[in-house]
Each structure stands twice: as structure tokens, then as C-alpha cells.
Write a protein that binds this ligand. Structure first.
Ligand code: CAA
Length: 389
């Protein structure tokens, strides 16, 4: 039998707090329909002061290590665009929190929201070289825009951990991939800023151009006919963007269908993102979790993926759902993760938004707030100190 490669297990984590778009609308005076229907968002995850991309990443990966053990993992690829250090990979902190063996490599990857897909493809190449190994791919981000900006309604936070290996239990990743890169400034974050800069409408146009470009390369390389796919999993900065992307793909490819049919191919991927908000690198993989957790049987179904990272790099690829996949899902744990979040009011949200970690190099304890399995306990000599909760 030919060896297949793909996603063997998948688990996500998000933050301790959640802000509903109703609360945001009440405070900003924006008609809530703009959020609920206009951008397709109901709520967004907000990180507690003792949470960051490392604590979320470790929380997402913990159930995977508990189920499969650490022994086959020799590589950790952590994708993020909200990095905490210019030098040290967040993957090293996560490996340590998870108790992975010293005989492991851990690196961090960056290209806006796209780098999780780069990590996945690099992981596939590694397991192809040695099918006895597995790679832990983690996508983890906290999306933050200026208060009062158009982007404010599209914040969020989450991490998705995936175990990548041969003979996967969930999803076989197919070749070819369609690639697209363009040197543009639709969204970026200089090193000295905590909030991103974005040209919102330009970023939507750039995303749609990238759908077209990545699809073109995908078909030129002999990819599937667009009509073969059962569902389409797009990067979701806000869930309406996935529907815009799909309508654009339909126009470019001549994919026929009523509005309702086109929506139906995307809606199952949007349930988690609707209430988590943008999680940058994690967003498309949260979409995959939503699809697997919320659909009727998808056995052998071909699924399309469109990954987009501003700046910009995009990739279109396919995957096939593996028979028996439902025995490996974490649907109830995912639901519990979302239900555990504590709703906050607008004043608390603003306070958390404006909060920055001290930069003086002193010793600072961070009070316990999160109920997550790991927390950022403090700072000492410019070092982050993590602990199990
Ligand atoms: N009821 C229902 N719908 C309403 C409404 C109401 N009362 N009021 C407005 N709307 C609709 C509008 O008609 C519009 O719908 P369409 O796009 O279908 O026309 C929608 O709500 C949004 O309205 P606006 O376009 O006026 O919204 P805006 O300009 O204030 O903000 C945004 C939208 C530009 C996406 C902004 O949220 C933003 O800048 N977000 C960050 C950037 C982003 O997410 N870009 C996406 C592509 S880039 C990417 O994907 C990478 C990444 O992760 C960042």
C-alpha cells in the first residue's frame, strides 16, 4: 500500500476571556448587524494577562502528547505572527512545558497568517523522509488591532496543535499545492508595535487576488477539478471573508451553484471562528476543526484549503478525510474549551487591550487569572517565566 501523510490528531485551545460583539456594538454605537451579518462574527477571545502564544500553544498540544506520548516527535514547528522574542523560538518554551525529549528540534516560522501552512508542508516533507517520525505543528496567535479602528471587531486568540505523520487518522494531505506570493503592504506589524497596521479594504482585495493566483497555480500543476471538493476551508480573518473568497473562486472557476449551495460548502468551517475571532496562523486550522466536528460523515471527502498570509503568501491544496476519523475527534473537549471562557465587559476589555508587559528587566509577578493548563507566571531579567496551572 502507498504510504500516505497528513494530520493524525488535532486539538485547539483559546484564551480565558471572551468579548461578545453585542457588548462591543453597545459601546461603539455600531449597529450589531454589521458584526453578526456584515463580517460574520459573534464574539472574540481575549487573552488574560497571564496568557500568551506559548501558554495557548502548550494547552493546545497537551492533549495530543497525552494521547500519543512524546517519543515519536523529533520536530516542533511553531507558526506565529505574534512572536514574543526576536531570537528564541516559542517552540522551545512549548517543548519544555510539554516535557518533550531533548533529542528534538524546535523552530518558529513567520509569514503572517500563512506560516502554519508552511509548517504543515515542511512537516510533511520531514515525515516523508522518515515515516517513523512525527512532527508537532502548532499555530498560535493573538490578533490585536487599535481600539476604535475598523480592525477592532476582528481580533481574537487561539492555538491549534496538529500531529503530522504517516498513515494519518484524520486527513491525508494531497499534492499538488498551488502557490502565490506578491510583495504588498495590506497588513503588517513593525517590531516596535503591539497592534497591527492594516489597510482593511486593500487586504480584502489582496486576499481575493491571492485566491485567484493560488488556484491558477493549483490547476496548472494538475490539481482536482473544483467540483470534486465537498467543502472549502478558507483562512478566516472574519467568517464573511471565507464566503467572499468562495464566491470569488466560483466566479474564477465557473463553479456553479446557488448562493445557498456556495454557502453550504463553507458554513461548517466557520462555527469556531465565529466565536473565537481571528487567530491568524491558527484560523484556517480552527476552520478544519469546525468542519470535522460539525459535519455529517465526511469519510473519503476531498476538502479544499486556502491559506492566506498578508504581505502576502497564499497556498491552495486538497486533503481527503480518512475512514474512521470520527473516533479520533475531540469535539466535546473543543466545545468545553469555548464554554469555559469568561465573558468580560467593555471596561475590562479595554484595560486588557491597553496592558503591556513591563520592559524594565525587573522581577514582576503576574497574578493568576487563567484557568488554562499553563500560565505566564512572571518576568525576571527580561525572561518569561512559565508554570503549570
Ligand atoms: N447589517 C448588516 N451588514 C452590515 C451592516 C448592518 N447594519 N453595516 C455594514 N454591513 C456590512 C457591509 O455592507 C459590509 O459587507 P460587504 O463586505 O459584504 O459589503 C460589511 O458589513 C463590513 O462593512 P465595512 O466594509 O464598512 O466594514 P469596515 O470597513 O468598517 O471593516 C474590515 C471591515 C475592513 C474587514 C475591518 O474589519 C478590518 O480592517 N479588519 C482587519 C483586516 C482584515 O481582516 N482583512 C481581511 C483580509 S487580510 C487577511 O485575511 C489576513 C489577516 O488575517 C488579517
Amino acid at each position: 500500500m502507498t504510504e500516505t501523510y497528513g494530520i493524525h490528531d488535532l486539538s485547539f485551545a483559546t484564551s480565558h476571556y471572551v468579548l461578545t460583539h453585542q457588548v462591543l456594538a453597545d459601546e461603539t454605537g455600531v449597529e450589531v448587524g454589521k458584526y453578526h451579518r456584515g463580517i460574520g462574527q459573534d464574539a472574540m477571545s481575549i487573552a488574560a494577562p497571564d496568557e500568551d502564544i506559548v501558554t495557548m500553544a502548550a494547552a493546545a498540544a497537551r492533549p495530543i502528547i497525552d494521547r500519543h506520548g512524546p517519543d515519536d516527535i523529533r520536530t516542533v514547528l511553531l507558526a506565529t505572527e505574534t512572536s514574543i522574542d526576536q531570537s528564541k523560538s516559542a517552540g522551545v518554551y512549548v517543548s519544555s512545558l510539554l516535557g518533550l525529549p531533548a533529542a528534538t528540534r524546535a523552530v518558529e516560522l513567520k509569514q503572517a497568517c500563512y506560516s502554519g501552512t508552511a509548517a504543515l508542508q515542511f512537516a510533511l516533507a520531514l515525515v516523508h523522509l522518515d515515516p517513523s517520525q512525527r512532527v508537532l505543528v502548532i499555530t498560535t496567535d493573538i490578533a490585536k488591532y487599535e481600539l476604535g479602528s475598523a480592525g477592532e471587531a476582528t481580533q481574537g486568540a487561539a492555538a491549534v496543535a496538529m500531529l503530522v505523520g504517516a498513515d494519518p487518522a484524520l486527513l491525508r494531505i494531497e499534492r499538488p499545492s498551488g502557490l502565490y506570493t506578491a510583495d504588498i503592504m495590506d497588513f503588517w506589524r513593525p517590531n516596535y508595535r503591539t497592534a497591527a497596521l492594516v489597510d482593511g479594504q486593500a487586504s480584502i482585495t489582496a486576499y481575493l487576488q491571492a485566491v485567484e493566483g493560488a488556484w491558477k497555480d493549483y490547476t496548472e500543476r494538475g490539481g482536482r477539478d473544483v467540483r470534486e471538493f465537498t467543502a472549502f476551508c478558507y483562512h478566516q480573518p472574519f467568517t464573511k471573508m471565507a464566503h467572499k473568497g468562495h464566491r470569488h473562486l466560483a466566479t474564477c472557476t465557473g463553479l456553479e451553484g446557488s448562493d445557498e449551495e456556495l454557502r453550504a460548502a463553507v458554513v461548517p468551517t466557520t462555527h469556531y471562528n465565529r466565536v473565537v475571532g481571528n487567530s491568524y496562523t491558527a484560523s484556517m486550522y480552527l476552520g478544519l476543526a469546525s468542519l470535522l466536528d460539525h459535519s455529517a460523515d465526511l469519510t473519503d471527502a476531498p476538502i479544499a484549503f486556502f491559506s492566506y498570509g498578508s504581505g502576502c503568501v497564499a497556498e491552495f491544496f486538497g486533503g481527503t478525510v480518512v475512514p474512521g476519523y470520527r473516533n479520533h475527534l475531540r469535539t466535546s473537549a473543543h466545545t468545553a474549551t469555548l464554554q469555559r471562557r469568561r465573558p468580560i465587559d467593555f471596561a475590562r476589555y479595554r484595560e486588557l487591550h491597553d496592558r503591556e508587559l513591563p520592559r524594565d528587566g525587573g522581577d514582576h509577578e503576574i497574578p493568576r487569572e487563567t484557568a488554562a493548563p499553563y500560565r505566564l507566571a512572571g518576568l525576571s531579567h527580561h525572561r518569561r517565566i512559565y508554570e503549570s496551572n
